[in-house]
Design a protein around this ligand. Structure first.
Ligand code: AMP
Length: 506
């Protein structure tokens, strides 16, 4: 099944409901979006001469046109290559070249970057700016029928955030995206027709994946006019549109909670915040729940198995009387309905409950492989199992606690130390705005723990206070041997902390 079929279904079931909105104003109904996509699809095939399986990239700050472009691509039987708007021209060049994209859509702010990137991407033939006549013209003409697509056809090349080197194009097929969507309905939420989603996170990544379940259920996809995550604007939109869902990375939840305008949220305005993509510290989660109520759900996934490995539902968040409530909040929840999840040793043997190992998973949302990269595919996909590179442990009740990326684990004096556990403790200090823990080579111990601390503005944090906090909460050998203070942590364009860069500051 072609994933564009979701839009066809919604154009029939929810014809007159708004499908897209620019800020507070509706933009296109479901029927009109379907018609426009079908006409754009004709242009892709006839005017641009694209054929089934060809790749079409886009570099756009969040805007309604991103959804038009994506569905036109799938409608025409092509593969979409979304690129994060904040990437450097060289990174975009790599993705364009690696994917062999023939056409690239851009928003005007990125036209210069793509023009520069295009010099290194010989297969790229055309660039279309969404504010030009060339783009408006794509909405004029005859609609074409939706192209056939096999479930195994690539639909979305999801370039990983590349915290450790070159990005890799996780190839998500039509089946992967459909399975992910159905899983959302099974484990996360079934949004009501006429509900809404505010796209505050990048549409090329986290938030873009949410488009599928929301569109399939007749929600309106709302694009902030700023094109980014501004807390007051987001709050205004959440108040404006009914039954609002939103995907926020943990740092974005924290910004919402700490911003004064969160107090302006209308009671009941928020249906659901899903957070994930990076660790959420329990102290931050509790603060968010106090302010926002029981509206939070956690997802654990990765580009290679988008949104779908484990989940911690609203119900689990709400079960405050449960003896293991805190431990559950610190976990990533239980395996998703359509996913088998195991924790294994280096040879792929399941480790006993409670023991730490690498997380592997198997199910229909798992990618078919990395685009043009058979070596990386062979390392990640073994006998149908995806090796996530994440380390974690199951408890007796099937809750999976993520420890860290395997490469971020610190080995000191033969003991494994998981930075996240130490970060969780350091975050309890009221003067710590952000922190990150890495290992530093040590002649005797192999590695020793070093913490990078970003103090809150105007606050003064003393290493001795942090040391005491650690001694009160975790085993002695885990506490940092050195504290380094920074104004900000280095992050990539997806907001993920770059531990590789921190290690160069040791
Ligand atoms: P990406 O492929 O860029 O979406 O990054 C996926 C990685 O983010 C995962 O492999 C995890 O290391 C991390 N991640 C995703 N979801 C969570 C979560 N709920 N808690 C902690 N880390 C997460």
């Amino acid at each position: 099944m072609n994933i564009a079929h979701l839009l066809l279904g919604s154009s029939q079931e929810f014809r007159d409901l708004p499908a897209l909105a620019r800020g507070t104003s509706p933009y296109l109904s479901y029927r009109d979006l379907w018609r426009k996509v079908a006409v754009m699809s004709t242009h892709l095939q006839v005017r641009f001469g694209l054929q089934r399986g060809d790749r079409v990239a886009f570099a756009m700050t969040n805007c309604v046109e991103a959804i038009e472009v994506m569905y036109a691509i799938w409608h025409a039987g092509l593969s979409a290559v979304p690129m994060n708007a904040k990437l450097h021209a060289k990174e975009m060049a790599f993705i364009l070249e690696n994917s062999g994209a023939r056409l690239c859509f851009v928003t005007p702010d990125l036209a210069g970057t793509i023009a520069e990137a295009a010099r290194e991407a010989p297969e790229l033939r055309e660039i279309v700016d969404t504010t030009t006549r060339a783009y408006s013209f794509m909405g004029v003409g005859d609609p074409s029928p939706m192209a056939d697509a096999e479930p195994t056809d690539p639909a979305w090349l999801f370039y990983t955030s590349g915290t450790t080197g070159r990005p890799k194009g996780a190839t998500l097929t039509h089946r992967n995206l459909l399975a992910m969507t159905l899983n959302y309905f099974a484990d996360v939420d079934r949004p009501p027709p006429g509900g809404s989603i505010v796209h505050a996170a990048p549409i090329s990544h986290g938030s873009g994946l949410w488009n599928f379940p929301m569109l399939a259920r007749g929600s309106v996809q709302v694009f902030p006019e700023s094109g980014k995550y501004e807390v007051p604007e987001t709050v205004e939109l959440m108040n404006r549109w009914p039954e609002c869902s939103i995907f926020l990375a943990p740092t974005m939840v924290k910004r919402l909670v700490e911003h004064g305008s969160a107090a302006d949220l209308r009671p009941g305005a928020l249906r659901l915040i899903t957070y994930g993509g990076a660790p959420m510290y329990v102290s931050d989660l509790k603060r968010a729940m106090e302010l926002l109520g029981n509206v939070l759900t956690q997802l654990y996934g990765q580009g290679e198995s988008p949104m779908t490995i484990t989940h911690l539902s609203r119900e689990f968040h709400a079960e405050r009387d449960h003896p293991r409530w805190e431990a559950r909040l610190a976990s990533a929840g239980i395996a998703d309905t359509c996913m088998e999840v195991r924790v294994v040793d280096e040879d792929g043997r399941q480790v006993p409950t409670g023991e730490v190992g690498e997380i592997i998973c198997k199910g229909d949302p798992v990618m078919s492989g990395y685009w043009n990269n058979p070596e990386a595919t062979a390392r990640s996909l073994r006998n149908g199992w995806l090796w996530t590179g994440d380390v974690g442990a199951f408890d007796e009740e099937g809750f999976l606690t993520l420890k860290d990326r395997s490469k971020d684990m610190i080995i000191s004096g033969g003991s494994n130390i998981y930075p996240r556990e130490i970060e969780d403790v350091l975050n309890l200090h009221p003067a710590v705005a952000e922190c990150s823990v890495v290992g530093r080579p040590h002649p005797e111990w192999g590695e020793e723990v070093v913490a990078f601390i970003v103090p809150r503005q105007g606050a003064n944090v003393k290493p001795a206070e942090l040391d005491k906090l650690c001694l009160d909460n975790i085993a002695r050998f885990k506490r940092p041997k050195d504290y380094k203070f920074l104004d900000a942590l280095p992050k990539n364009n997806y907001g993920k902390i770059l531990k590789t860069e921190l290690r160069t500051k040791l």
